[in-house]
Design a protein around this ligand. Structure first.
Ligand code: S3P
Length: 429
């Protein structure tokens, strides 16, 4: 969907929905399969623009990716090819940063770039550790921003202590370590999502985890089967919408419930929403379940510290939810929100304040006083899918007022079926 869109739905939200595939797991399945021996079959791959960027990139490196019914099959090349053109990662930071880790150790020249939003996002966080491993990389504006130019060569294993908990940086280093000499160790300040560790181990990597410390030794991966769980970061919009609208009851089926991603469920419970987790199972190394959320009166909470990486992508919609909770919700330690697809603290702060929220912004978070009735507003989505979807949920809380989103093309980067599921759940009410 392109161009401006006027939202004029009414809550509550009711019904079941199948959550589209997890974006983080989808990227990793294509990329790791391209590095493995033998074919990999991926079930439930997210079909969205960000994942398509990784799909195109691995094809440029010589992998073959084909659809077989609802599955996607990846055949790796005998050795990764030097890309014959610039690799365009579109809006996808995960594609760019994970590919940097792979390409730093592959002989040849590669250039990684992306759209205007991605070209404003920091890359020094991957350039520096990869250089410490002997990588030769350069980026624009004093190594701050893409495009990123990489002259691949043999790397050496090194120990890294990360300043921020970032699964993208951790993964870039581990992927570089897969092909480096000796052991590579990454230590994070807090636990970020661990999909890379789980999938690499399942594919045969010599990888061990000790608390916040992950070590990897040079290994050969073997392809196999990946079953992508539903994306909790996508389901979050409907789960939060349901929590905020009394009379709502929605069930997300097949939701990924990896504990490094379920901070949202902890916060919903702390705010007093009804949360039920049923049918828990594990498939291809990732836990999943059916999760039901019911609406009701909400109370304010504090989100900070080690909880933040467990819900970093859900914070925009949690900011919307906080406007409906009694008391002062405090979000701290979330400076990373400023370097996502847009500065999400600024974007959500501006949009929610214009909609009547009582919000105070800090450098690393915000305080939101509730409950406040919201009103109609015109929103600048800033090429950021999660800002667009969060404000579509805010419209449900605006007493029948309209919310105009200036551009919703960005929603296709992660969740092309977002508006149709929203229509179905709001009509089911
Ligand atoms: C992701 C890691 C997170 C997250 C992003 C996806 C990943 O980013 O915000 O949407 O797939 O590894 P950071 O690593 O920058 O925290």
């Amino acid at each position: 969907m392109k161009g401006p869109v006027t939202c004029r739905r009414r809550g509550p939200l009711r019904g079941d929905f199948e959550v589209p595939g997890d974006k983080s797991v989808s990227h990793r399945s294509l990329l790791f399969a391209a590095l493995a021996r033998g074919e990999t079959r991926v079930r439930g791959l997210l079909r969205a623009e960000d994942v398509h960027s990784t799909w195109k990139a691995v094809e440029r490196l010589g992998a073959r990716v084909r659809e077989e019914g609802s599955e996607v099959v990846v055949t790796p090349p005998p050795v990764l090819a030097e890309p014959d053109d610039v690799i365009d990662c579109g809006n996808s930071g995960t594609s760019l940063r994970l590919l940097a880790g792979v390409l730093a150790g592959v002989p040849g020249l590669s250039v990684l770039t992306g759209d205007a939003s991605l070209r404003r996002r920091p890359v020094r966080r991957v350039v520096e550790p990869l250089r410490a491993m002997g990588g030769v990389l350069e980026a624009r504006d004093g190594d701050r921003l893409p495009p990123l130019v990489i002259r691949g060569r043999k790397l050496r294993g090194t120990r890294h202590v990360l300043a921020v908990a970032s699964a993208q940086v951790k993964s870039a280093i581990l992927l570089a370590g897969l092909a480096a000499d000796g052991e590579t160790v990454v230590e994070e300040p807090a636990q970020s999502r661990d999909h890379t560790e789980r999938m690499l181990r399942r594919m045969g990597a010599d990888l061990s985890v000790d608390g916040l410390r992950v070590s990897i030794r040079p290994s050969t991966l073997t392809g196999g089967e990946v079953d992508v769980p539903g994306d909790i970061s996508s389901a979050a919009f409907f789960l939060c919408g349901a929590a905020a609208l009394p009379g709502s009851r929605v069930t997300a089926r097949g939701l990924g419930t990896n504990p490094t991603r379920t901070g949202l469920l902890d916060v919903l419970r702390a705010m007093g929403a009804g949360v039920e987790v049923a049918n828990e199972r594990e498939s291809a190394g990732e836990p999943r379940a059916d999760v039901t959320v019911r609406g009701g009166p909400l109370v304010a909470t504090t989100i900070e510290g080690a909880l933040v990486p467990r819900l970093i992508d859900e914070l925009p919609v949690l900011m919307v939810l906080a406007t409906q909770a009694r008391g002062r919700t405090l979000i701290r330690d979330a400076r990373e929100l400023r370097v996502k697809e847009s500065d999400r603290l600024a974007g959500m702060g501006e949009a929610l304040a214009a909609a009547g929220a009582r919000i105070e912004l800090f450098d690393d978070g915000c305080a939101i006083e509730g409950p406040t009735p919201l009103r109609g507003v015109s929103v600048r989505t800033r090429m950021d899918h999660r800002v667009a979807m969060s404000m579509a949920i805010a419209q449900l809380l605006a007493g029948g007022d309209e919310v105009v989103l200036d551009d919703v093309a960005c929603v296709d980067t992660s969740f092309p079926s977002f508006f149709s599921i929203l229509d179905r759940l709001s009509e089911g009410a």
